[in-house]
Design a protein around this ligand. Structure first.
Ligand code: PHE
Length: 338
């Protein structure tokens, strides 16, 4: 038996010397040290060996086992080092994997649109003002000449926090804050978030508006028309047709809704403009004397105009987006396009 053991050891030594891959070493570990391997077999044979030979045989078998284990471990380490060196890697680092890309952030399309609109009005001498998103009934409605029974005050449209406290439904209350603080002449825009209890393909409970207000002596409707026209031409292009339609807002008189020729069909009529050829883009009008009275401006001396526009709506028309909810889903595939 001792000879057989030695023969196996020679056999093992020859093979490990010639081995070049980790797979080979794995295979050898099974063959020599596995359950059905030769070392196990020698252990079994040992049981039936004559008692006086057992100690010497046992020693030989153990030495063979240790020898095989040691050489397998050494050779495995050697081959692992070699393969790591070949790919230029250190432990735990695989240079062949694709690198991680740094993803640079970008501004949200609404912010982008807001910046663009703000800079147009800035070039026309308007200053930026801000107001609170949580408003009292007085600023959101009362001071803007919106009577108690006006449908805008309905719980269906307005988020009430308390009986007299609401999330502002428009940016118009900033008009009141500004006029309370400043004396005319003034020329401001007020961008910000507004809230209405509404949600579908063209409404989200929160959206953005920009309010405009200009007050001075001798301000007339033609100033309003001029400013709005310049603004819309800059956003949608010089050739865009603009029209003013008579409308009603409690805080302006006369009031108008402003349309541009449909940017999708150029006025021929399509699904987006409901076949009218026109798209409603903002509300505007001359400041109602009742509003001037609530801020202690003399309506005999001062006149002015105001307008309010939805930023999402303008961005949707400008970029051809058909669902307003896309702006707030934070889907990078959508946001990356801007
Ligand atoms: N506040 C109005 C709205 O949200 C828009 C508007 C602003 C109309 C200023 C006229 C003047 O619909």
């Amino acid at each position: 038996m001792i000879q057989t053991i030695e023969k196996h050891q020679q056999d093992f030594d020859a093979r490990i010397g010639a081995s070049t891959s980790l797979d080979e070493l794995k295979q050898m570990r099974i063959e020599f040290l596995g359950k059905k391997g030769c070392v196990s077999q020698f252990m079994k044979d040992l049981r039936s060996a004559p008692p006086e030979e057992k100690p010497a045989l046992g020693k030989h078998i153990n030495e063979l086992k240790e020898h095989i284990e040691r050489l397998l471990t050494e050779k495995t380490e050697e081959l692992e080092k070699k393969s790591a060196g070949a790919s230029g890697a250190v432990a735990g680092f695989d240079a062949s994997l694709p690198g991680k890309k740094e993803i640079a952030g970008s501004t949200h399309p609404i912010t982008e649109m807001l910046d663009e609109i703000t800079s147009i009005f800035f070039s026309l001498g308007f200053q930026v003002e801000e107001g609170p998103e949580i408003e009292t009934d007085y600023y959101n409605f009362e001071a803007l000449n919106i009577p108690k029974d006006h449908p805008a005050r309905d719980m269906q449209d307005t988020f009430y926090i308390e009986e007299e406290v609401v999330l502002r439904t428009h940016t118009s209350p900033v008009q009141i804050h500004v006029m309370e603080k400043q004396k005319p002449p003034l020329r401001i825009i007020a961008p910000g978030k507004v809230y209405r209890c509404d949600s579908d393909i063209s409404h989200t409970p929160m959206f953005h508006q920009i309010e405009g207000l200009m007050v001075d002596e001798n301000i007339s409707f033609s100033h309003l028309k001029g400013v709005i026209q310049i603004f819309l031409h800059q956003v949608f292009g010089e050739k865009t047709e603009v029209r003013f339609r008579p409308s009603f807002f409690p805080f302006t008189c006369p009031s108008a809704e402003v349309d541009i020729q449909c940017v999708i069909c150029s006025g021929k009529g399509c699904r987006v403009c409901s076949n009218s050829g026109w798209l409603e883009i903002l509300g505007a009008g001359m400041v109602d004397p009742a509003v001037f009275k609530s801020v202690d401006y003399d309506p005999e001396r001062w006149t002015g105009f105001a307008f309010g526009l939805g930023i999402e709506r303008i961005a949707m028309l400008k970029y051809g987006i058909n669902d307003i909810r896309l702006f707030f889903e934070n889907d990078l595939r959508f946001l990356k396009q801007f």
